[in-house]
Design a protein around this ligand. Structure first.
Ligand SMILES: Cc1cc2nc3c(=O)[nH]c(=O)nc-3n(C[C@H](O)[C@H](O)[C@H](O)COP(=O)(O)OP(=O)(O)OC[C@H]3O[C@@H](n4cnc5c(N)ncnc54)[C@H](O)[C@@H]3O)c2cc1C
Length: 352
């Protein structure tokens, strides 16, 4: 069993930011991730199109600071022109203009560039990919972590950068129950934000909607997508694209054939933005609800809400255990958001 001072489980942005900080402080650590790549909910195509998170907002200074440190640029979400909306299946498409134009930012090259840049600051030998953890226990004041492939790791400080509902089962799988019953129940009550969503992206040869005075924003009570946005990259070499959130609830979506959902999304884009939208160069579709490392059954069946983890109540228990809960959902300021994830990790590091 190999021993490290600090062990991080989960290689999304929370785990990667923590790993970068530990590397900066020259501490002895390992980052363990179940999947073949880092990023977790952050996923971008090779062309930089975001299939997970897309935006951050002007008040989220921790995102801006991290981007500056990693030398990554950002740009304003395109909202110039009219939006389109449809209220009933047979009602005409209506145009409108959002006078306020809520400001949001996107990352040059997609959110995935943040993960790539973060991973470049973490020594390769400190990262263990394709390594799902299936059990966590504590004996003689040392954490013991078992991997599905049979490997074992031990550590002093354990950092869990995972969706809250994925945590308790790992403890309950071990014989010795380390966490209090109240903490287990509280973890099980925290929903993982956006984990029940599905996102669709259509890539085009050009942003024809912009030429027609449209912003690329669309709203629909007909579906399958409920909200659509311009997903073009920052410069003219970047792909022209539209993306949308599929509004069919996850439980109803799961039995559907994926290709049927994709076809229905393309048909809807044609209705909203005209015939040019019917011929995308390529399409991308990710149903996050089907990723069992992110979404739990309860996340899929409940109405969407943000986590409310009561840090003050469990602080003493966690401190005594040398256990840090650092996923985005544990943020006390912006639970579920990338900004929340970064802030929360930075706060935990400052208290080390
Ligand atoms: C469709 C969508 C749109 C979103 N839009 C936005 C947005 O516009 N702006 C915004 O701020 N946020 C948005 N979010 C939320 C944002 O993605 C999250 O806040 C952020 O990515 C969470 O990062 P994390 O590292 O805390 O968790 P995650 O990214 O969930 O990472 C957890 C990691 O833990 C790993 N893991 C789980 N179980 C195990 C195990 N047993 N062993 C080892 N590893 C394990 C997982 O594989 C995963 O890599 C969106 C999310 C989705 C899905």
């Amino acid at each position: 069993m190999s021993f490290v001072e600090h062990l991080i489980i989960g290689g999304g942005i929370s785990g990667c930011v923590m790993a970068r900080q530990l590397a900066k402080h020259q501490l002895n650590f390992k980052l363990v991730e179940a999947q073949a790549t880092l990023g977790g909910r952050i996923q971008s195509t090779e062309q930089g199109l975001d299939l997970g998170p897309t935006w951050f907002w002007p008040h989220q200074h921790s995102v801006e600071s991290l981007l500056a440190e990693l030398h990554i640029g950002f740009f304003e979400q395109y909202t110039q022109g009219d939006y389109v909306y449809q209220t009933e299946p047979n009602s005409p498409i209506t145009r409108g203009r959002d006078q306020q134009g809520m400001l949001s930012y996107r990352v040059n090259g997609g959110m995935g560039t943040v993960i790539t840049a973060l991973s470049n600051t973490i020594p390769d030998e400190n990262i263990l990919l394709n390594s799902p953890v299936n059990q966590i226990s504590k004996r003689d004041n040392i954490w013991r972590v078992t991997l599905i492939n049979g490997g074992e790791l031990s550590c002093d400080h354990l950092w869990l950068a995972m969706p809250p509902r994925k945590i308790a089962p790992l403890f309950l799988a071990a014989d010795n129950r380390v966490l209090s019953e109240a903490l287990v129940a509280h973890l099980q009550a925290q929903q993982t934000w956006m984990s029940a969503q599905a996102k669709f992206v259509a890539v085009y040869a050009k942003a024809f909607w912009r030429d027609a005075g449209l912003s690329g924003q669309g709203f629909s009570r007909v579906g399958p997508m409920v909200e659509i946005n311009d997903a073009c990259g920052a410069d003219s070499n970047a792909p022209a694209a539209l993306f949308g959130f599929v509004g069919i609830p996850a439980v109803n979506r799961q039995p559907l054939d994926e290709q049927q959902v994709i076809n229905a999304c393309v048909t809807q884009l044609g209705k909203l933005f005209g015939d040019a939208a019917l011929s995308p160069i390529s399409t991308h579709y990710v149903d996050w609800a089907s990723n069992s490392l992110i979404a739990s059954a309860a996340d899929i069946s409940e109405p969407s809400q943000h986590a409310h983890f009561n840090e003050a109540k469990y602080k003493a228990e966690l401190k005594k255990l040398n256990l840090g809960l650092i996923g985005a959902e544990f943020s006390q300021t912006e639970p579920g958001y990338i900004a929340g994830a970064i802030d929360h990790v930075n706060k935990q590091v400052s208290e080390l």
